[in-house]
Design a binder for this molecule. Structure first.
Ligand code: NAD
Length: 486
């Protein structure tokens, strides 16, 4: 099969001189004296795609200032006027869908099939959905007002989709934005900024600052930010919570997970195997809600694991630009080393490892799909988020046992239950402490449905009506006191 044509994406990169910079007040910035740059790399090949500008405190100040200056007018627009801009962004994302997909794959290493069929359409749908909310905002959210300026920090695993989850609800509700993409993945956010210009979005409504965690910390500390929204690791989430405590900034956190994938002996086994392939090997397992713990009922343990191993043999790992590839590269060498270390340690601790022989290309940041058996629920590998294509398998006896093991984690982002017994499934769902419980399916996302965590997976929801409340505060008290006679 022919690899996806990457010429238009390469031409787009060349047009910009391979330079990816902050976008402030409607313009890409020209870095000042002695700027610091770091490379943007294709993890599948090690090829340098270009260089990313490390923003300074001055840039962050300018971005916040621009967002502040634009906010009042943006919020004063009737919702249906803001909706026009969101619809325009949606249409332009559709128009440039192929370019977005190829850039995402070059930058992140994920299979083109996934960026083309999942990341980009889901991100576009998110804007479309929120355009709809903006249209009815004034009626639906009477008595609420935007926080003001939202500082948003996102990870590298779904660069464009996470941008959409953050930016669409913020703009729909009348907030303006200062967004920082992850240092590993900047390309699609740059294209998104261009689209904002093309859509005629008023300058200062969407601002982008490029750079590493130090730039993120500047956003967190900035006095001109009213609302912080973070998606990333639990450790950084905890730090941000501490740093922003007492600052008066509103905060939502979307953090890590260690989601259980529970298979009962009465399940439709073939479908459960297919669902699991998606749950743990989609996006190389670099998914916050990845079904990384398989809990399988004792009576079918051997047969299920056998079937899964056979199915795993058919997965293709390789050049993510190849349209037939199932797993591409992990995001960078750091992530590859982290996965390798965690798996090696698990094996040392007694886990049995199963991988496809010679699955990966010899060059690039590839890790093969991996199954670990002989794992106890309390083992490190069953507790820590690997964020890679690594599945730990644990057996359980009965329903109570399954619930206890499922909840035996610091996290609570997602869970899956496979059974033909719908009564049992409906008992399981509320018993599992997770933001979403999928029944006989996995990785189902819909812009109209709130997504978020319990416990150390964070708090706040993205998507649905709940997701809008994350960007709104009640204003009815002041309205009431103005209106009420003394
Ligand atoms: P990370 O926490 O290292 O980085 C996330 C972002 O935070 C990056 O933009 C980074 O530059 C920035 N950052 C780093 N240090 C910072 C600091 N001190 N202050 C402010 N910002 C800082 O996470 P990652 O490795 O990029 O992403 C992987 C993690 O994201 C995983 O743990 C995964 O579970 C989580 N994730 C969660 C969801 C969700 O919806 N719950 C979705 C995707 C990813």
């Amino acid at each position: 099969p022919a690899p996806e044509d990457d010429k238009p994406a390469r031409a787009w990169i060349d047009q910009r001189g391979g330079k990816f910079v902050s976008f402030i007040n409607g313009k890409f910035v020209t870095p000042g004296d002695k700027p610091t740059w770091f490379p943007a790399e294709n993890p599948a090949t090690g090829e340098k795609l270009g260089q990313v500008y490390q923003s300074t405190q001055k840039d962050v100040d300018a971005a916040v200032k621009a967002a502040r200056a634009a906010q009042e007018n943006w919020a004063a627009l009737p919702g249906f006027e803001r909706a026009k801009y969101l619809y325009a962004i949606t249409r332009l994302m559709q128009k440039h869908a192929r370019l977005f997909a190829v850039l995402e794959t070059l930058d992140n290493g994920k299979p083109i099939r996934e960026s083309r069929d999942i990341d980009v359409p889901a991100a576009t749908a998110h804007f479309h959905h929120h355009a709809g909310w903006a249209q009815i905002m004034d009626d639906e959210f009477d008595g609420y007002e935007p926080y003001g300026v939202a500082g948003q920090i996102i990870p590298w695993n779904f660069p464009l989709l996470m941008l959409a989850w953050k930016v669409a609800p913020a703009l729909a509700t009348g907030n303006t934005v200062v967004l920082k993409p992850a240092e590993q993945t900047n390309l699609t956010a740059q294209l998104f900024a261009e689209i904002c210009v093309e859509a005629g979005l008023p300058k200062g409504v969407f601002n982008l600052v490029t750079g590493d965690g130090k730039v993120g910390a500047m956003i967190v500390a900035h006095d001109g930010i009213d609302k912080l929204a973070f998606t990333g690791s639990t450790d950084i989430g905890r730090l941000i919570r501490k740093e922003s405590a007492g600052s008066g900034k509103a905060l939502t956190l979307e953090l890590g997970g260690k989601s259980p994938y529970i298979v009962f002996d009465d399940a439709d086994i073939d479908s459960a195997v297919e669902g699991l392939v998606d749950a743990i090997w989609f996006n190389q397992g670099e998914v916050c809600c990845a079904g990384s713990r398989l809990l399988v009922q004792e009576s079918i343990y051997d047969s299920f694991v056998e079937k899964l191993k056979r199915r795993m043999q058919n997965l293709r790992v390789g050049n993510p630009m190849d349209k037939c590839v199932d797993l591409g590269a992990v995001v960078d060498k750091t992530q590859l080393d982290r996965i390798t270390k965690l798996v090696d340690k698990a094996v040392k601790d007694g886990a049995e490892i199963y991988q496809i022989k010679d699955a990966c290309p010899t060059k690039g940041c590839f890790y093969p799909p991996t199954i670990l058996t002989n794992v106890e629920p309390s083992d490190e590998i069953a507790q820590i988020e690997v964020f890679g294509p690594v599945l730990s398998v644990i057996s359980f006896r009965n329903q109570q046992d399954a619930v206890a093991i499922a909840n035996n984690t610091r996290f609570g982002l997602a869970a899956t239950v496979w059974t033909e017994n719908i009564n049992m499934a409906l008992e399981m769902a509320p018993a599992i402490k997770a933001g979403v419980v999928w029944i006989n399916s996995s990785n189902r996302f819909y812009a109209g449905c709130g997504f978020g965590g319990y416990r150390e997976s964070g708090y706040g929801r993205e998507g649905g009506k709940e997701g809008l409340y994350a960007y709104l505060k009640p204003s009815y008290l002041s309205t009431l006191s103005e209106a009420s006679p003394r």
